[in-house]
Each structure stands twice: as structure tokens, then as C-alpha cells.
Design a binder for this molecule. Structure first.
Ligand SMILES: *Cc1c(COP(=O)(O)O)cnc(C)c1O
Length: 360
């Protein structure tokens, strides 16, 4: 059996060593020493000024919308994980979908201005599969129309643009450190901002809005994360380079082996490099996708229609609308198995099987 993904697990003794410290200190959660150390180390690795380690990527999005005091319409992408849209609704804002670019699969910046109304307050866009949005165009639009920008960077850990972290763009970028992501802390999330005042506000929101003994400054939530999660994050951080290199090797091998597949790959941002968080292919037709997927299933090779269906037509709490590019891509996109433990032999096997299914 080959799953579509498998979480990276470090040598158990390295995790155990950090647990020993937790037992000594008996400090289990609430901004403990390991959580603080994780924040410092991630800042060093990604060369960021400010960030917060939080419960998960979804709470990070909720906190971002809250901290920026957004209440009206938020322009967003229909081609993302459900949390990007559901969070907007959860925060009592209205998602306004703008279609995606057919090559990059990120929100089509050229279509954003047409969707702006007098109620628009923000843009919330996803760096799909880690591929950066057109951040420069979005920045210009946001300036012109006085909009806030939040990026869902759940896929984009370690991605840079012109040599600087993609997490530096927008008012706030969120990230998920969930077990299935490229880099993880079992459950976890990040909030990144360049604005120190906003960071201070987010830190209070993370801790119930408490601002001192017996005082409250903001409407808050429990967005904290534990020492146990931080410990996993700290150990895994040491393996980040290894993880990326292995995924790169496997991805390049898929590229080579699947040259004759009737499929294309998303176009990566010209000023950025792939972090190999996923291996998506866009097949010629949904028919071919289903044929390949069903036959791989029979061989116990599991792929994932990620993202499918397009959020603009999938959510029972929103009116369904047509988004021609997103609808079309969602029907034809498939993510192939990609994880640290996958072998070149397995990639070879999966690829040969796929070509055989296609040509049958
Ligand atoms: C995983 C993911 C999230 C949610 O993150 P959690 O840590 O699981 O809450 C949000 N957006 C995108 C694009 C994701 O892939």
C-alpha cells in the first residue's frame, strides 16, 4: 500500500530528550520555553522578524481576520482547502470568490478589481501548493483600494520570492504545521506579520485577550500550543533540509518518468522555487483522471483529488457560483504520493502503472 502522504517522524530518542525537559520543568503549555524556542528557531530559519506559534492553521486564519478587524466582504480563492473559506464565514464575513489563474492555480490578480465593492475590506489568498500568488500585483491593488491582505501560507513553508520569505507579504500570513504538511509540529500553526503592533495584538488574542493580571484588552480565543507540539516542531526543524531534498529528488523523478503522461504541471512563480510540498498534475480530462485514480486504487496506490470540488460550488452554507477555471482545474487535478519515506523505486512503479493505465 502506498498512501498519498505520510507524516515525517524523527528518531524517537530525539523527541524523548525534549520530553525529559518537559517532565523536569512540569510546564506543559501556555507559551512555555519550547514554544518560545520554536518561534525563535523558525524565525532564524526563515529570516523573519515576528511570528507566533499557535494551535493550528485554521485558528491562525480566524485570529488574522479578527486582529485586522475585518467585517465585510473578503475577496478569496475558490481553489484552496475548505478552511480558507469556512474561516471567513466563521468570522461572519462574506467570501467573494475570484477565479484562479489557469497556469499558477492561485487567485487571478487581474480579476480582483472587478470584484471590489464598497463593502470589500480584504483579500485572503492561498499560495496554492506553495506556489506564490502574484504578491506584487495584489499589494498594488490593496494599496489602491485600501484593503487588508492575508495570505494562507499553509503550503508555503520555506518558500522564498526574490530571496525573501513569502511569509513577509501581506498584512498577515498564516501557516499550518499539521502532520500532513511539509514541515509539522503534529498540530500547529503560525501567524507572521511585519507589524510589531499587530503582533502584540495577535499575542493577546492568542491568550483570551488577557493583557495583564486581571485586565483584558481584546476579544480573544485560546490559540496557544503545547510544549509537546513545540518539541516535535523543534526536532523536525533539524530535518527540514533533508525532507526538502528528498521530496525534490522524488518530484524530479516523477517529472522524468511521467513525461509521456497527458497531463501538465502548475506553472511556478518565476521569482520563486518549489518547496515540493505536493506533486499535483493536471490531467487532460476528468475521464482520464478517474481512470487513473480508480486503477491506482485497485493497486493500493492512493492519490488525492486536492482540491476538489472547487469551493465555489461545494459548500452547503454558500450559494453555488460558476468559476470556470477553478471548476475545470478542480475536476482534472490529482496529487500523487509524495512523502519523505517514499522511494525512487516506488515512484518508478507508480509512474509506469499510470502510463500503462493511460495507454490501455
Ligand atoms: C492544512 C490547511 C489549512 C488548515 O490548517 P490546519 O493546521 O489543519 O488547521 C488551511 N489552509 C490550507 C490551504 C491548508 O492546506
Amino acid at each position: 500500500m502506498i498512501p498519498v502522504t505520510k507524516p515525517f517522524l524523527p528518531p524517537q530518542n530525539e523527541y524523548q530528550q525534549l520530553l525529559d525537559g518537559i517532565w523536569k520543568r512540569q510546564w506543559l503549555t501556555n507559551m512555555g520555553p519550547l514554544a518560545s524556542r520554536l518561534e525563535m528557531e523558525i524565525k532564524d530559519v526563515l529570516r523573519l522578524e515576528h511570528l507566533l506559534f499557535v494551535t493550528n492553521g485554521t485558528v491562525a486564519l480566524q485570529m488574522a481576520i479578527k486582529a485586522l478587524d475585518i467585517k465585510g466582504e473578503i475577496i478569496t480563492t475558490p481553489f484552496s482547502f475548505v478552511a480558507t473559506t469556512s474561516t471567513i464565514v466563521w468570522e461572519n464575513c462574506k467570501p467573494i470568490f475570484v477565479d484562479i489563474d489557469k497556469d499558477t492555480l492561485c487567485i487571478d490578480a487581474k480579476k480582483i478589481e472587478d470584484a471590489i465593492t464598497d463593502k470589500t475590506e480584504a483579500i485572503l489568498a492561498t499560495h496554492v501548493y506553495g506556489n506564490p500568488c502574484d504578491v506584487f500585483a495584489i499589494e498594488a491593488i490593496a494599496k489602491k483600494h485600501d484593503l487588508k491582505v492575508i495570505y494562507d501560507g499553509a503550503h508555503a513553508f520555506g518558500v522564498e520570492i526574490e530571496g525573501k520569505s513569502i511569509f513577509e507579504f501581506g498584512d498577515i500570513t498564516t501557516c499550518s504545521l499539521h502532520a500532513t504538511k511539509l514541515y509539522h509540529s503534529i498540530e500547529g500553526g503560525l501567524l507572521v506579520t511585519k507589524n510589531a503592533k499587530l503582533l502584540a495584538k495577535l499575542a493577546k488574542i492568542r491568550n483570551f485577550g488577557i493583557s495583564g493580571f486581571d485586565t483584558f484588552s481584546d476579544l480573544g480565543i485560546n490559540g496557544k500550543n503545547s510544549e509537546f507540539h513545540a518539541a516535535m516542531g523543534l526536532v523536525n526543524l533539524k530535518y527540514l533540509k533533508d525532507i526538502k531534498n528528498k521530496r525534490k529528488l522524488l518530484s524530479n523523478y516523477y517529472d522524468e518518468k511521467l513525461k509521456n503522461l497527458k497531463a501538465i504541471r502548475p506553472t511556478w512563480h518565476k521569482k520563486s522555487e518549489n518547496n515540493f510540498a505536493y506533486y499535483p498534475i493536471i490531467l487532460e480530462s476528468e475521464e482520464l483522471l478517474l481512470k487513473i485514480k480508480e486503477n491506482l486504487d485497485l493497486n493500493e496506490i492512493f492519490t488525492r483529488r486536492y482540491f476538489y470540488p472547487s469551493l465555489s460550488s461545494a459548500l452547503p452554507y454558500l450559494d453555488k457560483i460558476d468559476m470556470s477555471v477553478s471548476d475545470d482545474i478542480a475536476m482534472r487535478v490529482l496529487c500523487l504520493p509524495l512523502f519523505y519515506d517514499l522511494t525512487l523505486e516506488e515512484v518508478d512503479y507508480i509512474s509506469r502503472l499510470m502510463l500503462r493505465i493511460q495507454n490501455n
